[in-house]
Design a binder for this molecule. Structure first.
Ligand code: AMP
Length: 214
């Protein structure tokens, strides 16, 4: 099962992607998580990516595509995967198609988690991430068990640099300009499914599962 999650930053696609990965026993591949892990470990890739991420800009395509295509070689991808945050541009989507077609493969579902910009801005200001493991929470919608502390590793939760209000506005503008065209790209391929991302997290998840199991 090969799934792409589409949607603006903060639409909840990461949360839905994780739940899908768990339900279907396939890996959740988040390019944002991969970059953040590289930043934390101060790798060369991390240093390059951070310059773009801190400004709310996309990391250049050439730093992203090989990373993801290489990840597919891992045996855990045999049954499929959920891609979260990739592709984010038309050239990335074309490179993905090319890599998959070579192996006679294809993406089965591109799921667009649809949320209006006003809701996104409200949501992002409540988002908190663990300084250590990167797990994300929301002060109202997905609160940690103990305020300000990560359930997974007990470290502090912070508002990520790229979730600061000015950066969020920039990320939304970048989304509309560079990533939204993917909606038509996958619609034209006949695999686009749109779900309402303003509902409660579990209701949106049920909507996605109904699509996959239809
Ligand atoms: P995310 O956690 O998916 O919102 O990603 C955080 C940041 O990582 C984005 O704002 C981009 O700067 C960068 N990033 C993640 N995935 C990609 C991608 N596929 N292409 C370019 N930049 C990306």
């Amino acid at each position: 099962m090969k799934i792409i999650m589409l949607g603006a930053p903060g639409a909840g696609k990461g949360t839905q992607a994780k739940k899908l990965a768990e339900k279907y026993g396939i890996p959740h591949i988040s390019t944002g998580d991969i970059f953040r892990a590289n930043i934390k470990n101060n790798t060369e890739l991390g240093q390059k990516a951070k310059v773009y991420m801190d400004q709310g800009l996309l990391v250049p395509d050439e730093l992203v595509v090989d990373l993801v295509v290489d990840r597919f070689k891992n045996p855990d991808c045999e049954k499929g995967y959920v891609l979260d945050g990739f592709p984010r541009t038309i050239p990335q989507a074309e490179a993905l198609d090319e890599a998959l077609t070579k192996n006679g493969d294809a993406i089965e579902y591109a799921i667009d988690v649809d949320v209006p910009d006003e809701d996104i801005i409200k949501r992002m200001s409540g988002r908190r991430a663990c300084v250590n493991c990167g797990e994300t929470y929301h002060i109202v919608n997905i609160p940690p068990k103990k305020e300000g502390i990560c359930d997974v590793c007990n470290n502090s939760l912070v508002l990520r640099d790229d979730d600061q209000p000015e950066t969020v506005k920039k990320r939304l503008a970048v989304y509309h300009e560079q990533t939204q065209p993917l909606i038509d790209y996958y619609r034209n391929k006949g695999i686009l499914k749109t779900v309402d991302g303003t509902k409660k997290m579990d209701e949106t998840f049920d909507e996605i599962v109904a699509i996959i199991e239809a």
